[in-house]
Design a protein around this ligand. Structure first.
Ligand code: NAP
Length: 264
């Protein structure tokens, strides 16, 4: 299926590795021109070179910390300077640290708010002037299945990602008349550094398990019986960015191998 993404311009944040990088790769593989941002310049440039080689499309790397307003303005400006406009925004960021209500203080709340919510607000504000004149746009937020079923020990993620869902749903109504769609994708458990270095795997390794054993344990309550591959999340991102997804907005869709038991 041709997703109609050839020469569309996509901006993907937190994309030097993991789910962001897989999303950038999926869009570039469909012929989109892609800008990727993350903090570590060397890792980002290596990712850009790799995606460009693999896809044959154009990839721009702009070192960006999503918590810094000036960096966000700079990556949007660099993208429009290089490619002329922006059709697709994929909001993504690092995950906030684990913690419970008793252990998390104001400083951590503020940091999670800035990384996982305010970054999305700011980026959407910055890209809209480049989407509006084209009469269409796609905004996709990578959140977490925690918005369907809160995850124990991940209070900051559970709370801040719900704010993104509220934002997206509201914007889907406000931006619908301008043909700009806004959707959320919810990863369950995917094999990235985030999960390898996460508190659950660390706890199991501290009990004497190998990393592979710890990951196998994590797959036990997933109906499909395995951890996801980043490209399986990226496939939904590319679809939501596509021409075929033109009538889908305001949705929050999980890609989780059946992990979430809730019906809605
Ligand atoms: P990952 O493999 O650790 O990759 C994180 C990416 O984010 C890297 O490119 C990192 O590069 C970048 N990043 C981190 N902090 C940043 C910042 N302040 N500004 C810009 N870029 C930043 O993580 P992942 O698994 O792909 O996770 C991506 C998002 O999905 C996270 O929010 C995570 O919580 C969420 N999620 C993941 C899973 C999962 O199973 N993997 C499940 C649910 C939700 P730099 O460090 O160089 O900046």
């Amino acid at each position: 299926m041709d997703l109609g993404l050839k020469e569309k311009v996509a901006l993907v944040l937190a994309a030097s590795k993991g789910l962001g990088r897989a999303s950038a790769s999926a869009l570039a593989a469909e012929g989109a021109f892609v800008t990727i941002g993350a903090r570590n310049k060397q890792a980002l440039e290596m990712a850009a070179q790799h995606i460009q080689r693999e896809s044959g499309s154009r990839v721009l790397a702009v070192p960006t910390d999503v918590t810094k307003e000036a960096d966000l303005a700079a990556i949007v400006a660099a993208t429009t300077q290089q490619f002329g406009h922006i059709d697709i925004l994929v909001n993504n960021a690092g995950g906030p640290p684990s913690g419970t209500f008793a252990t998390v203080g104001d400083e951590q709340w503020q940091a999670a708010f800035e990384m996982n919510f305010l970054s999305a607000v700011r980026l959407i504000r910055l890209v809209l002037p480049h989407m509006r004149p084209r009469g269409s746009g796609r905004i996709i937020n990578i959140v977490s299945t925690s918005v369907k079923q809160p995850i124990e020990g991940l209070l900051l993620s559970n709370a801040t990602r719900m704010a993104v869902v509220g934002l997206a749903k509201t914007l889907s109504v406000e931006l619908g008349p301008e043909n700009i769609t806004v959707n959320n994708v919810c990863p369950g458990r995917f094999l990235t550094d985030r999960i390898r270095q996460g508190h659950t795997v660390k706890e199991k390794m501290a009990q004497g398990m190998s990393e592979a054993e710890a990951l196998n344990e994590l797959a036990k309550d997933i109906p499909l019986g395995r951890i996801g591959k980043p490209e399986e999340l990226a496939a939904l991102v590319a679809f939501l960015a596509s021409e075929q997804a033109s009538y889908i907005t305001g949705t929050t869709i999980q890609v989780d191998g059946g992990l979430v038991r809730a019906v809605f």
